[in-house]
Structure formats: structure tokens, C-alpha cells
Design a protein around this ligand. Structure first.
Ligand code: ADP
Length: 255
């Protein structure tokens, strides 16, 4: 099924309109295997819409998305979503299902059973105890729930991990710890990762490539060091200014 040598992901002139609103206005982009990409921008700039065209939660108005060389519209949905891990912003665990059942839901929809041992391994990947498998979501902290969300996204052994504001609902300490774990998993499992965030500091610290979106277009495509050095244009620099001012003020306090 895969085309040898194809990039992990290719967007070809993707546009999405909702009535009069243009959410995404003709984005073309190639993401090689193994890259950790952050998609950053203000609320409403089109980040989630673009991300969701990959696993077909959004059908684009025009253009195509190729996943490992295959047009995603030509792949059966369960198979496509099995090959692509997805972490929701709102965490989105099913409250009436145990942790183990939540983790196993993707494979189950694709007609497979996940062994108890595999659930335990997935929990260990996100630094949770295997005996958490029998707990219900409301018995977990927000950070633990989102760790389960990440374990669920990895249950189908995906090559590609899509994350929509995965750390947005978490306190700063938990956020930092889970961000680091996600970066570790990306490396250890050889994933290609795209993380949507409105937080430029998070993008700069976690990703190796930062795409900045504004009004449905990608307006900057830079490495973190280049953004910190002042590249990427006005919109990107306005976002970089926020963590820069914070770190300057912290540096002043320590003088
Ligand atoms: P972001 O993820 O950057 O916050 P979104 O992709 O969610 O931005 O939204 C981009 C634009 O598309 C916004 O103007 C938003 O209101 C609009 N939009 C997104 N989803 C829908 C929808 N299902 N129906 C109508 N408009 C939508």
C-alpha cells in the first residue's frame, strides 16, 4: 500500500470553507518521516481544521492529503485511523469505560482485541502503573487522563501521531512533564508527530520545525532557533515575543 520513498505526509493545496468562512485557504506542505512539527497560531487560524483533514475528521473543500503516498480519501476509515494516532484537546476518554477499555477502543473498532499485557505496556510508555488499567477516568487526575489519551493514540502502533492542544488543559508542571514524555516517545518509537498548540514557548521547546498559521495560511516554516533569532516574519515574531519577554523579565528578577 505504501509508496517507497514517499514523505510521511503531504498536503496539496488544501482548502476548507464553512459557508462564507474560509478556515484553511490552500495549504501545500510536505512533512518527512520522523519529524516533530508544531503547528502554532492564534485561536481560529485554522490549525485544528488542517490537522483533522489528515484523519478525515474534516473533509477538505478542495485539495488532497497524502499519507505515506496514499490519498487519505482512498483508504478505509478504520485502517486509516489505526495507522494515525490522535490525541484530542479535551482528552475525550469515555467516562463509562475503564482505562483499559478506553485504550483498546481503536483496535476494537478495527476488529482486534488488545491483550492485558499490551495495555500494561502502553501504560508504561506513558509512565503510568499497569494496575491503572481497571480504573475509571473520573478516578484519575487531568494529567493521568491525558497520559491515557496518549496511550490510546499509540495503541494501533501508528507511524503518525496527531495531537490537538494535548497539553492545553493541564497545569504547568504536568504540562512540562508530559511534553517531555511525548518528545521521548516520538524519538523512541520513530514517530512523525504534528502537535497543534497556541503556545509558542511549547512549540519552540518541543518541536524541530515550527509552522505558524494565520487566517488559514502557513505564514512561517522555520526551525526553533531561526524563530528565536528573529526569522519567520511579523506574525511569527509577535508570537515569539511573548516567551521572550517572559524570560527577560525572569532574568531581571534574578539579577
Ligand atoms: P484553530 O484550531 O486555529 O483555533 P480552527 O481550525 O478550529 O482554528 O478554526 C478555523 C476557522 O474555522 C474559525 O473561524 C472557526 O470558527 C471556523 N470553523 C472551524 N470549525 C467549524 C465548523 N465545524 N463549522 C463552522 N466553522 C468552523
Amino acid at each position: 500500500m505504501n509508496s517507497p520513498g514517499a514523505p510521511a505526509l503531504e498536503f496539496r493545496d488544501i482548502a476548507k470553507h464553512y459557508g462564507e468562512t474560509s478556515a484553511v485557504g490552500g495549504v501545500s506542505l510536505t512533512i518527512p518521516h520522523g519529524q516533530f512539527v508544531a503547528l502554532v497560531g492564534a485561536s481560529g487560524s485554522g490549525k485544528s481544521t488542517l490537522l483533522k483533514t489528515v484523519n478525515r475528521l474534516v473533509e477538505p473543500t478542495s485539495g488532497e492529503v497524502l499519507f505515506e503516498g496514499d490519498d487519505v480519501t482512498g483508504l478505509p476509515l478504520p485502517a486509516l485511523r489505526r495507522r494515525i494516532g490522535y490525541v484530542f484537546q479535551s482528552i475525550g476518554l469515555f467516562p463509562h469505560m475503564s482505562v483499559a477499555e478506553n485504550i483498546a477502543i481503536g483496535p476494537r473498532l478495527a476488529g482486534e482485541r488488545l491483550s492485558r499485557q499490551r495495555v500494561g505496556e502502553l501504560l508504561e510508555l506513558v509512565e503510568l502503573e499497569p494496575d491503572m488499567a481497571d480504573r475509571m477516568p473520573d478516578e484519575l487526575s487531568g494529567g493521568q487522563r491525558q497520559r491515557v489519551g496518549v496511550a490510546r493514540a499509540l495503541a494501533g502502533d501508528p507511524h503518525l501521531l496527531l495531537m490537538d492542544e494535548p497539553l492545553g488543559a493541564l497545569d504547568p508542571v504536568t504540562r512540562d512533564a508530559l511534553g517531555e514524555r511525548i518528545r521521548g516517545l516520538h524519538r523512541e518509537l520513530g514517530l512523525t508527530t504534528i502537535m497543534v498548540t497556541h503556545d509558542m514557548a511549547e512549540a519552540l521547546l518541543l518541536a524541530e520545525r515550527v509552522l505558524v498559521m494565520d487566517a488559514g495560511a502557513i505564514v512561517a516554516d522555520e526551525q526553533p532557533a531561526a524563530l528565536v533569532a528573529g526569522k519567520g516574519g511579523e506574525v511569527a515574531q509577535a508570537l515569539v515575543a511573548v516567551p521572550r519577554h517572559q524570560s527577560e523579565r525572569l532574568a531581571e528578577l534574578s539579577r
